[in-house]
Design a binder for this molecule. Structure first.
Ligand code: PMP
Length: 417
């Protein structure tokens, strides 16, 4: 009993998602692999839902944390000045913000992605004096009430059981190649002030909808959206919690589109080692909180500053790592397209190392993910009907591991035909 999954079933309330799909006890993890307590090793193309872009226990990040803890340094997370926070701010400024010409200020909203989204929504409403936030169909921004208000998923919204604050959902359907960026109707609604439609405080968007089915917005559409927001002085929030930190082949996922968002949410892989950590990047004039107006206990977890700094210095000092990610992303796309064609037309979705296959038979993706698990590969599904098999290998994945994962996926797809 003490080594089985029985105690989780008996005592843990929330055994409803990943542990349902993977009813084993994971004990150790290194790089792209996780091993159970009875010694079975899995190739991990799930990466902690995107929190492990540099793989499990990356030696440089682990050493930085071990060294930090060995010195009786500050471990807590209040918003005091510490050398660890200073080092993080300097690394972010030097390696990420300044080279991209970004003057954004760094806000520490709390430990998770949804905390970053909440603070983005609040600051947008405060700075503009407006209420509404436009979000998109199939968007996912987090499970707290504000984030849920801009999440386009009925299962998750209805779970809240309460009316959420005003928001408006706009169709996110321009990921389909060859479609014209149709933001025309949004423009007409915003311009029509006489009919009493309130101009929103902000638009919040993911460049690739991680949970919503790996829908990748085209650069042209993102540029049109950014332009529309600028013209109406509506703030543009990019939620880069899942697609950021290098996942699409650049540090921020919106770089390819060349847009300059007012507010950016980052979390998941920011700490590098999987420690809870988030930031909200704000254009300086939006930095408007009064002292004490927006605070919380766990806003500056010093061990996360340490590992985040180590990750920035290890991987983002030049473009070498990003270039490798782009190459791996292209290889993943080729492999997925091959498997998709063999499966009779399952479609490639996503961008970079946030990619997968959409199946027409809606139950197929879940069966493929289960068959992959049986073969030693961890992958999850995504999309409103869980119709997409989603691959998120660590960005440090080797070619050999990538090919092995694709091979296991191909076998799983064949086994579910
Ligand atoms: N935004 C996006 C785009 C996400 O993918 C997620 C998590 N899947 C969140 C926000 C919420 O992050 P967290 O689960 O850490 O609150």
């Amino acid at each position: 009993d003490s080594t089985s999954t029985a105690v989780f079933e008996r005592r843990e309330s929330d055994v409803r998602s990943y542990c349902r799909s993977w009813p084993v006890v994971f004990e150790r993890a290194l790089g792209a692999e996780q091993t159970t307590e009875d010694g079975t090793t899995y190739l991990d193309f799930f990466s902690g839902a995107g929190a492990l872009n540099y793989g499990h226990n990356h030696p440089a990040l682990k050493r930085a944390l071990q060294d930090y803890l060995a010195q009786d340094t500050v471990v807590h997370a209040m918003d005091m000045f510490t050398p660890a926070k200073r080092d993080f701010l300097l690394a972010l400024e030097e390696l990420v913000l300044r080279p991209r010409g970004m003057g954004h200020k760094v806000q520490f909203p709390g430990p998770t992605g949804t905390n970053s989204v909440e603070s983005a929504l609040k600051v947008a409403r405060k700075a503009t004096g407006r209420t509404d936030v436009v979000s998109f169909t199939n968007a996912f921004h987090g499970m707290t009430l504000g984030s849920l208000a801009v999440t386009g998923n009925s299962l998750k919204r209805e779970g809240a059981g309460t009316p959420l604050y005003h928001s408006m959902t706009a169709p996110y359907d321009d990921y389909l190649d060859g479609r014209t960026p149709d933001l025309h109707w949004l423009e007409r609604v915003w311009a029509d002030s006489g009919s009493g439609v309130a101009l929103p405080a902000a638009v919040i968007v993911e460049t690739v909808q991680g949970e919503g089915g790996l829908n990748a917005a085209r650069a042209e559409w993102l540029r049109a959206l950014a332009d529309l927001c600028r013209r109406f002085e509506v703030l543009l929030i990019v939620d880069d919690v899942q697609a950021g930190c290098g996942r699409t082949g650049t540090f921020f996922s919106f770089e390819e589109a060349g847009i300059d968002p007012d507010i950016i949410c980052l979390s998941k892989s920011l700490s590098g080692l999987g420690l809870p950590f988030a930031v909200t990047l704000l254009r300086p004039e939006l930095d408007q909180w009064e002292p004490g107006e927006h605070n919380g206990t766990f806003r500056g977890f010093n061990p996360a500053f340490v590992t985040a700094t180590a990750a920035l210095r290890e991987f983002w000092s030049d473009d070498t790592f990003a270039e490798t990610v782009r190459q791996r992303g292209a290889r993943l796309r080729e492999g997925l397209e091959r498997i998709g064609a063999e499966a009779g037309g399952a479609a490639y979705r996503g961008r970079g190392l946030l990619a997968g296959l959409a199946f027409e038979d809606l139950s197929r993706a879940e069966r493929v993910a289960a068959a992959a698990f049986d073969r030693g590969l961890l992958v999850e599904t995504s999309g409103p009907d869980s119709e997409v098999v989603k691959l998120m290998p660590p960005l440090t994945v080797t070619e050999e591991e990538l090919d092995r994962g694709l091979q296991l996926l191909a076998e799983a797809v064949r086994a579910t035909a």
